[in-house]
Write a protein that binds this ligand. Structure first.
Ligand code: UD1
Length: 422
């Protein structure tokens, strides 16, 4: 297995291009299942999770061509051959469950293995199931697979989710586009990736309003048609690289970044003493001299502080002046990076869903292990700001969500290289 060697060094300067959002692309791709006509996505990120979704769609009989070095995905679900999402693919990635709503809506049946993915909590599917059942689906769990059917087709309904789940919102919205009548989804998730999905569905002929608010209304239509859609900027990759100059000093411009995607995160950086400003081409982040201030963080659904930036923010807080408290409210087991950061000299105490971090002057390089996608990049950031060398192993997690990470960070002056397994 490959590893990444990082040598801590001084300030970073330059530009980093931000890719299309992994999490948007992973819900836009299954949207192709809703129509016989082609769906083309531009600005797709080059990631192993996208390859996994490609394999899943192909296993259902969809055609998926990766063009322009992977940045364009041309898909067609004209001749689907299967409505079963197999365990062997689904176990690699939880987002595979996003084929459930579209398959059910178009074919009146779907069989989807319960998902795997990052080991950051229980991550059940009850909210997806409740929403689809409200639309008239009958769903049972047999041998690790959800067997869903809607013999007479799905019917619009008013449904309130118990928690604003991102994936459940996406599955329910996609399913409702082809249901008979009107669906009103209350307590819907408001993430930018959901807004992006709705914009794409609308181009395909869906009638939807209220995306980006907690009530989404969907007027079912008989069929959807083809479309071309540009994937929204990845706000998590953006936030991750905003932390690079925050940790190492210097000034870096994140090309394609927008403040509206990272408002709550940028507010925390500002409170920590990091300068963030919008430019013509993106966002510029600068940290001059001295340590950042400790700030407290609570993860929440959008527009709150994203759980997907909690590990990276913890890396920053490890060298802040003072003590910060990071509370994780979305996933119950998302502090696996903490013991690895402690190996690098950080002072962190974890009690349940709360981590208390007392900043130290400087971290020290060490061999560490990536445990999940966001944890892995937090260790790279920590290594870039540490004294000496850090080797991050198990970087396959990183390949799921960060394209060309070595090239992008090298481009702003980081000392980082990928060590290929012999
Ligand atoms: C998506 C993102 C992930 C991000 C998360 C929260 C994708 C591909 N992934 O994941 O990167 O960390 O949103 O912003 O978009 N839950 C239930 N029952 C359900 C569904 C979820 O209890 O049926 C719980 C989960 O266990 C978790 C919380 O709800 O504790 C949030 O999950 P959810 O919003 O669904 O996240 P995902 O869509 O899986």
């Amino acid at each position: 297995m490959d590893s990444i060697l990082v040598t801590g060094n001084g300030p970073l300067n330059g530009q980093i291009p931000i890719a299309g959002a992994k999490n948007a692309c992973l819900t836009l791709m299954p949207a192709t299942l809703l129509s016989e006509e082609p769906l083309t996505l531009t600005n797709a990120p080059r990631l192993s999770d996208i390859k996994t979704m490609t394999a899943l769609l192909q296993s259902l009989g969809a055609e998926v061509s990766s063009l322009q070095d992977g940045q364009v995905l041309a898909m067609s679900s004209h001749d689907l051959t299967s409505q079963t999402a197999d365990y062997e693919i689904v176990r690699k990635m939880r987002a595979s469950n996003l084929v459930l709503g579209p398959l059910l809506a178009r074919f009146g049946k779907a069989v989807v293995s319960l998902p795997g993915g990052c080991a950051i909590g229980a991550r059940p599917m009850d909210l997806h199931i409740e929403g689809l059942e409200a639309l008239g689906a009958e769903i049972e769990l047999k041998d690790g697979y959800l067997h869903a059917k809607a013999p007479g087709g799905l019917k619009g309904a008013v449904h309130e989710m118990r928690f604003a789940s991102v994936g459940a919102t996406e599955n329910i919205v996609m399913a409702a586009t082809l249901a008979k009548g009107t669906t009103v989804l209350k307590n819907a998730a408001r993430e930018p990736e959901i807004v992006d999905l709705v914009e794409c569905l609308r181009k395909m002929g869906a009638q939807i309003s209220g995306e980006g608010t907690s009530t989404i209304e969907i007027q079912g239509v008989d069929r959807l048609h083809g479309a071309t859609h540009q994937v929204v900027t990845d706000r998590i990759e953006l936030g991750t690289y905003m932390l690079a100059p925050a940790m190492c000093g210097g000034e870096v411009e994140l090309l394609g970044g927008r403040m509206s995607l990272v408002e709550s995160f940028a507010a925390k950086l500002d409170a920590a003493g990091v300068h963030v400003e919008e430019t013509l081409n993106g966002l510029k982040v600068a940290r001059k001299n001295g340590r950042v201030n400790a700030v407290d963080v609570v993860t929440e659904p959008f527009p709150g502080f994203p759980t997907d930036l909690q590990a990276q923010m913890m890396a920053l807080m490890c060298t802040a002046e003072g003590t910060s408290v990071l509370e994780e409210r979305i996933f119950e087991n998302r502090f696996m990076h903490a013991p690895e950061l402690v190996r690098m000299g950080a002072n962190i105490e974890v009690h349940g869903g709360t981590a208390t971090v007392t900043g130290v002057e400087r971290l020290k390089g060490a061999p560490v292990m990536a445990t999940d996608l966001r944890a892995s990049v937090s260790l790279i950031l920590a290594g870039m700001a540490a004294e000496g060398e850090t080797t991050v192993s198990r970087v396959y997690h990183l390949d799921r969500g960060y394209e060309h990470v070595v090239r992008k960070l090298e481009g702003v002056g980081a000392k980082i290289e990928r060590i290929k397994d012999q």
